[in-house]
Design a binder for this molecule. Structure first.
Ligand code: SF4
Length: 214
């Protein structure tokens, strides 16, 4: 199955997903860091705390007391570590560029390298920020994508970089398409292609799926 057909099938099944669920581009960045190893519902609680404490701006987070910040984001788990990651990111942007808009100005490969050099920003977080906050066409791979691709038998690639290349080399460079595709993978994995017991009988991909490991 070509990734283009996979997209069409998922889009027909679930429709537009309107990602990323955030009010501002900065919130997308914060959410992308906080969502590492935790469910989105926990991130929402942490973001609500940050908003209530008036910490949901680049400068406020850069200047925030780390212990206070860790307390606010406790619901997202790994809170001491993530408080450090948030501060690293915000201090870098404020110190090197001043504003998020200036930070996002360089071309995608330059900005991606810069993001990956910030401690706490790995490939999935970097690509989420690039795609959903900066609006640049960087395909995001996550555990849901890996699960579905593996079960379908779509690609034998297992590495993050290999899977990213698999999709980017087969699809037109289109930020809106990449945005929707990742959101559709998440929707499909949460609603049908569940980790423990996938609902193959209800699945829009059942005919083509090789159901590897299911
Ligand atoms: S047929 Fe089953 S294993 Fe394959 S994508 Fe659908 S739910 Fe997942």
């Amino acid at each position: 199955m070509h990734p283009r057909d996979l997209f069409d099938r998922l889009f027909a099944a679930y429709g537009p997903q309107h990602w990323w669920p955030a009010k501002t581009r900065f919130e997308v960045c914060v959410g992308a860091i906080l969502t590492q190893n935790t469910a989105w519902s926990n991130v929402e609680k942490a973001i609500a705390n940050l908003r209530r404490e008036k910490l949901l701006t680049l400068k406020a987070l850069a200047a925030a007391d780390k212990r206070e910040l860790a307390r606010c984001i406790q619901p997202a788990g790994y809170f001491n570590q993530k408080a450090g990651y948030l501060k690293n990111f915000c201090r870098h942007v404020v110190g090197e560029h001043g504003t998020l808009a200036a930070f996002f100005r360089p071309p995608l490969p330059v900005l991606r390298r810069e993001l990956l050099a910030v401690k706490g920003i790995g490939p999935e977080t970097a690509d989420s920020i690039l795609l959903y906050a900066a609006g640049k066409p960087s395909f995001v791979i996550d555990a849901y994508t890996q699960r579905i691709v593996h079960r379908l038998g779509l690609s034998e690639e297992e590495s993050y970089a290999g899977l990213k290349q698999f999709f980017e080399s087969r699809l037109p460079v289109d930020e809106r398409r990449f945005n929707e595709f990742h959101a559709l993978f998440v929707e499909h994995a949460k609603r049908v292609c569940l980790k423990a017991a996938p609902w193959c009988g209800e699945c829009c991909l059942a005919k083509e799926c090789r159901k590897i490991g299911v």
